[in-house]
Design a protein. Structure first.
Lengths: 173, 502
């Protein structure tokens, strides 16, 4: 019904939905929690400074609302971080690479190996401490179609990059 | 030519005319980014701004003059046996070598200043990422020609060589084409009548911007008056200013109309679209002649669109989207205004060989999109602004009338959205006042993305996005099963394909 003039039997095509997704390293969740907490502590610090150095009176209800909003957003962000971690995943197939992400707005991006321009492994200072790396995959399709897979344990990221580069090289021969 | 070729090996500067050209370019940039300031200034001429404006003006002129002088005196280039070497910059020095075999096109362009001084700008376009092309801003004809032949002599094939020769003959200063090749077939030669049609149907959005600034200024003026004058006189003034405002608005519309008409004539005068075996070349312009080309294999997807006025004339604007890095995207898209359907079909057939509508199966998007558009563009803004106004006056209720208007247009949008799939590509048509269409071959696809909002997840819908090196093509609000089946198929097609996407 989908492609009437197509001689190929669509049911025989490999289906991405059947592919199991690999999840990110659990220490990436720790790093994310840490980042969220630090951010909210900074916000709390700024708010407290304003509270004590303000030259005008702040009504009690304003303080109450501010603290509740801060608490709500903090808990929400922690929940979001948790969900985000568990919904992210990637899959390596013979001919393409898939990355899934998003809590509310979910997206699944697939880049075939024969369209990859180059692959890069990156590591920030915090990531280094936790032994994590991120894998960046670039295609010619512009910024929106590049993949950025965070939270890979060191060896895994290098392994993936080498695998992908080998696949890309094979295609070019 | 041999006598000059030895001189080409020596390091040289551009023609001194380059100083004027750089200066002019800087002014254009300044005016383009700062025109709202000027408009604002002319509307409310308050003395407190005058000082700043003058200061900024003098500063800008001084800085641009110094900048263009530095830019001229620090730019050197020379030719070696296999490459062009260039260095520039005073503090940030740049050295660059451009190997001849990387050079894709050598083109000459002239704007009005070039014409006055009888010089040309030489553009060397290379394959690769951004910042890899070189423009020598002013050179005498003979020198530019010598450089061109020097490079061509050392480079066996130059893909778009014949296209340049077509352009040069037009530029008023005929030069001898170095390699005689037959010029491409003229696909489109814009007549004066069609040129005027394009001008009339231009998007007059710029008018709106100027008008808003203008009305803003007037309202401030009115407020000042209101605070000064007595009650009885206000009504007279109000009536008087109403007449003035109406007249001004009409005058502005007329002026803006003629301005964009003039702009169109300057930009698209004598527009020609040439088709050759290698690709397309477009040349246009009354004073500033622009030449742009696109090779067949670099074209990633085609788009064409019109607006209600263009639709009345039966013309479209065609976009040939070429592979380029993100920074260059705008520049790389070949825009062909004033195309008739027959010309679009000719370009389409060369991009999508043996295009046949019967090979495609056509689909609509989900009707649920209407509800979403009404919610986000109709109900939410109407309620938001409605509640703000209702606190002041019951007239706020009138804003609810916005909702059926949005519903009406959302219906049209939904009804017109069609996409057609074949084993080789996708073809889509949409639009609500005008028409838009796009066509994409599967092997041009770089990556495939399936996106779902919370609402789409509840309704088992998805948005499917194909990225290419020339831009994206999106199918919104299609069923999830359709999106997944299509994704799996396109991946299969891309991964199996042996055609080079570029």
């Amino acid at each position: 019904m989908l492609f009437q003039n197509n001689p190929i039997d669509l049911t025989t095509l490999p289906q991405l939905e059947d592919t199991p997704m690999e999840s990110l390293s659990p220490s990436y969740l720790t790093v994310s929690y840490l980042g969220t907490t630090i951010f909210f502590l900074i916000v709390a610090g700024v708010l407290t400074t304003v509270r004590f150095f303000a030259e005008f009176d702040i009504p009690f209800w304003v303080e109450l609302v501010t603290v509740s909003v801060w608490l709500f957003l903090f808990l929400f962000s922690l929940w979001h971080t948790y969900m985000d971690f568990h919904l992210q995943g990637f899959a390596i197939r013979e001919r393409d690479l898939t990355y899934r992400s998003g809590v509310f707005f979910r997206s699944t991006t697939v880049i075939p190996y024969n369209r990859i321009q180059h692959a890069e492994v990156k590591q920030g200072p915090i990531e280094r401490r936790f032994g994590l790396q991120r894998l960046e995959i670039y295609s010619a399709g512009g910024a929106g179609s590049d993949l950025d897979i965070p939270g890979l344990p060191g060896s895994r990221a290098d392994q993936l990059r080498d695998y992908i580069i080998e696949k890309v090289g094979k295609h070019e021969q | 030519m041999s006598s000059s070729s030895s001189s080409l090996r020596e390091e040289a500067r551009q023609s001194p005319v380059a100083i004027i050209i750089i200066l002019q370019r800087l002014f254009v940039i300044i005016i383009k980014s700062a025109w709202p300031v000027f408009v604002f200034y002319f509307i409310n001429q308050q003395s407190k701004f005058e000082y700043f404006i003058t200061l900024i003006g003098i500063g800008a002129v001084a800085l641009s003059t110094v900048g263009s002088l530095i830019s001229y005196f620090t730019f050197y280039f020379r030719l070696e046996e296999t490459e062009l070497v260039m260095r520039s910059g005073l503090l940030n020095k740049t050295f660059r070598t451009i190997p001849f075999d990387r050079i894709q096109t050598i083109s000459f362009t002239q704007n009005i200043i070039h014409r006055i001084f009888n010089v040309v700008q030489l553009d060397l376009d290379t394959a690769g990422s951004s910042g890899s092309e070189l423009a020598i801003k002013a050179l005498s004809h003979s020198k530019a020609n010598a450089i061109k032949s020097f490079i061509l002599d050392r480079k066996e094939t130059l893909p778009t060589q014949h296209e340049e020769s077509g352009m040069l003959q037009e530029s008023g200063n005929p030069l001898q084409p170095i390699v005689s090749e037959k010029p491409g077939k003229i696909l489109l030669d814009l007549s004066i009548k069609d040129l005027l049609k394009i001008g009339v149907s231009q998007n007059h959005l710029r008018t709106v911007g100027i008008m808003v600034a203008f009305i803003f200024g007037l309202s401030q003026y009115a407020e000042e008056l209101l605070s000064k004058e007595k009650e009885e006189e206000i009504w007279l003034l109000l009536f008087g200013s109403m007449v003035v405002i109406t007249t001004l608005v009409i005058l502005l519309f007329v002026a803006a109309f003629f301005l964009s008409l003039l702009n169109t004539v300057l930009k698209y005068y004598n527009l020609q679209l040439l088709a050759s075996e290698k690709g397309y070349t477009i040349t246009a312009g009354l004073f500033t002649k622009i030449e742009q080309s696109a090779q067949h294999q670099k074209i990633q997807l085609l788009e064409w669109r019109n607006n209600p006025i263009k639709r009345f004339f039966g013309i479209y604007t065609l976009y040939l989207k070429q592979a380029a890095s993100a920074a260059l995207n705008r520049k790389r898209t070949l825009v062909v205004p004033g195309c008739y359907l027959s010309q679009i079909e000719a370009v389409r057939d060369s991009y999508f060989s043996d295009f046949n509508k019967a090979d495609f199966s056509e689909y609509a998007i989900s009707p649920l999109v209407v509800g979403r558009i009404v919610l986000y563009l109709g109900v939410v803004p109407a309620l938001f602004f409605g509640t703000i106004y209702i606190l002041k006056t019951w007239w706020g209720l009138l804003l609810l009338g916005w909702i059926p208007v949005v519903w009406f247009f959302a219906r049209i949008y939904y009804r017109k959205w069609r996409y057609a799939i074949s084993s080789r590509g996708v073809y889509l048509t949409k639009g609500f006042l005008g028409q838009r269409a796009a066509i994409l071959r599967w092997y041009k696809v770089q990556s495939v993305k399936v996106k779902q909002s919370p609402y789409q997840r509840r309704k088992a819908l998805a948005t499917l996005e194909f990225s290419t090196a020339g831009g994206n093509l999106t199918l919104p609000y299609i069923s999830l099963t359709q999106a997944e089946a299509l994704r799996d198929y396109v991946l299969y097609a891309v991964e199996r394909s042996t055609d080079d996407w570029m």
